[in-house]
Write a protein that binds this ligand. Structure first.
Ligand SMILES: Cc1cc2nc3c(=O)[nH]c(=O)nc-3n(C[C@H](O)[C@H](O)[C@H](O)COP(=O)(O)OP(=O)(O)OC[C@H]3O[C@@H](n4cnc5c(N)ncnc54)[C@H](O)[C@@H]3O)c2cc1C
Length: 506
């Protein structure tokens, strides 16, 4: 009796042709395409809902040949896109995977139309040099729309989701990856994959261990924007012999303002198709001056302060008011080394005046709009402080007057000071993905595919450099769709049927 009760408590393994780890942009795209190719699909997602960094992102997707480009009279093509992508690489060009860049540029036009067919709406195109043509498109009303539309399409097509289900190990049988061990409700469970497993578990911006390994101890202290981005896929595949490429590269550490209470206003907008269509219409028809207040509100809540502030005289001080000294690009890392890891941007009056009007902005969405100091005073009053003495500013920000006076030096004698903050150093995304081939199969150290294992999105970045705006999401959707399709068509094994137990090796 006791034994049979115990047996009843152990759930039977889940089974599908394709198992996908992660329900961000890449995982959802993979799930829809694997299902469309006839496979049964389980998606494991460790969060309480699909989303990932995809749902936290600004939402730009860079693409050629779109309806919006054509409407703007722009003649563009994937080859020009591919050539221009190299312009973002600079000295890193030799480390780029240009073959995967070609896949990205050739495939994103069809994937962009596919996103639109699923109900996703965009504004644009916007310019971003060194792209020679305007190619950046921004999702409306916000990036939650990607997840809303794709998760709905996946569910409708019969994809099954296990939420709060954290993949912990890959299972191999007869030399191929044939399942995943995951934790749900504090219990380890198994899902068997008759054809293949697709890793779509994002990056490792929130894994101190990965950051220490690839970027060093200082980086390990800096948190990532997405708490769930802990490099689980990279770690699971490495334990089977896969390798991580470009692990030392990341967007960050960079300084970000504390978000408003309850998150950004734009991010709270419902991902409704009607709202998106109304916004798209307004952006086409309304004069730019009418739209600026909305775009600037978004910039002042979601984007990083410009490093030009520090080049032109602003100071970074820690939470106590002590100066943080480093070249502008390294200030975020230097601040991370101080307790409690946050600080303020402080300006004397003459410096502040330079950031009240063009050409110097506090932050920008390049080519779209610029936010100045007075925009911050109006839109983010809780992170904008003004005082006519150092003592007044220190009191307003909770800093030590003596420390702030020492940081400002001669300038402390002036009248009128401005501070913006708190600012914190964060990693936005990391580039370290598994080595993959052009079919998105995960490769081992010798460059041989690990049978039954695919990777897409950040975990399947394969050494591809995605600098500039809009390439990361483009890669997530393109590689996700392709990996999902390929996984559905993978040879699989003879062991996918019910009742087979899978060995753990690795
Ligand atoms: C603030 C911010 C702004 C950005 N803006 C842009 C932009 O405008 N344009 C652009 O191109 N890129 C942008 N990016 C980058 C872009 O969002 C990401 O590169 C992209 O979304 C990655 O997609 P993904 O599907 O690979 O990962 P994710 O969207 O992060 O999805 C991974 C999913 O896997 C889940 N997961 C992780 N581990 C496990 C596990 N062990 N078991 C089960 N599930 C797991 C996670 O919870 C998550 O849901 C931005 C990123 C951030 C953070």
């Amino acid at each position: 009796m006791g034994e049979s009760r115990q047996q009843a408590a152990v759930p039977a393994p889940l089974q599908a042709d394709v198992v996908i780890v992660g329900a961000g942009g890449a995982g959802l795209a993979a799930a829809i395409e694997a299902r469309a190719a006839g496979a049964s699909v389980w998606v494991l997602e460790k969060g309480g809902a699909p989303g990932g960094s995809t749902a936290l992102s600004v939402g730009s997707v860079t693409c050629t040949g779109t309806r919006l480009q054509r409407a703007a009279g722009i003649d563009d093509d994937p080859v020009a896109h591919w050539e221009d992508m190299a312009g973002f690489d600079g000295p890193l060009l030799e480390r780029d995977n240009r073959a995967l860049a070609r896949v990205l540029c050739e495939e994103i036009p069809a994937t962009f139309s596919w996103l639109e067919a699923h109900g996703v709406r965009f504004a644009g195109p916007f310019p971003e040099p060194p792209h020679r043509r305007a190619r950046m498109h921004n999702v409306l009303p916000n990036s939650r729309a990607f997840v809303h539309h794709l998760a709905r399409a996946a569910r409708r097509s019969g994809v099954r989701f296990a939420l709060r289900a954290r993949a912990v190990r890959l299972l191999r049988q007869d030399g191929r990856v044939a399942g995943v061990v995951y934790e749900q409700d504090a219990r380890e469970q198994v899902v068997q994959a008759a054809r293949a497993v697709v890793l779509a578990s994002g990056d490792f911006t929130n894994s101190p261990e990965c950051k220490r390994r690839f970027m060093g101890a200082d980086a390990a202290r800096v948190p990532g924007v997405n708490a769930l981005a802990t490099g689980d896929g990279q770690r699971m595949a490495e334990s089977l012999g896969a390798i991580v490429l470009n692990g030392d590269l990341a967007l960050g550490p960079e300084l970000r303002f504390a978000p408003p209470d309850g998150g950004s206003w734009v991010h709270r907008l419902p991902p409704s198709p009607l709202l998106a269509a109304a916004m798209a219409g307004a952006m086409r028809k309304l004069p730019a001056a009418w739209l600026r207040p909305f775009i600037v509100r978004f910039i002042a809540t979601a984007l990083a302060p410009s490093l030009q502030l520090f080049e032109l005289g602003a100071l970074l001080v820690d939470a106590r008011g002590q100066a943080v000294s480093a070249p502008p690009a390294q200030l975020a890392e230097a601040l991370a080394a101080r307790e409690p890891g946050s600080g303020f941007i402080v300006m004397d009056w003459p410096t502040a005046q330079r950031f009240r009007a063009p050409p110097h902005s506090v932050s920008t969405a390049p080519g779209i709009a610029y936010a100045y100091l007075d925009d911050y005073a109006r839109i983010r009053p809780r992170i904008h402080f003004e005082a006519d003495s150092v003592g007044g500013l220190a009191a307003a920000c909770g800093m030590s007057v003596t420390a702030l006076e020492a940081a400002l030096g001669e300038r402390a004698r002036g009248a009128g000071f401005v501070a913006l903050g708190p600012v914190r150093p964060v990693f936005v995304h990391s580039e370290g993905g598994l080595a993959v081939d052009e079919a998105h199969r995960v490769l081992d150290r010798q460059g041989r595919p690990l049978a039954g294992l695919y990777a897409a999105g950040s975990v399947g970045q394969g050494g591809l450099l995605l600098k500039g705006h809009g390439h990361h999401l483009a890669w997530a959707f393109v590689s996700g769709r392709r990996a999902g399709r390929n996984a559905a068509l993978a040879a699989g094994g003879t062991a996918g049927g019910a009742g087979h137990s899978l060995a753990e090796d690795g």
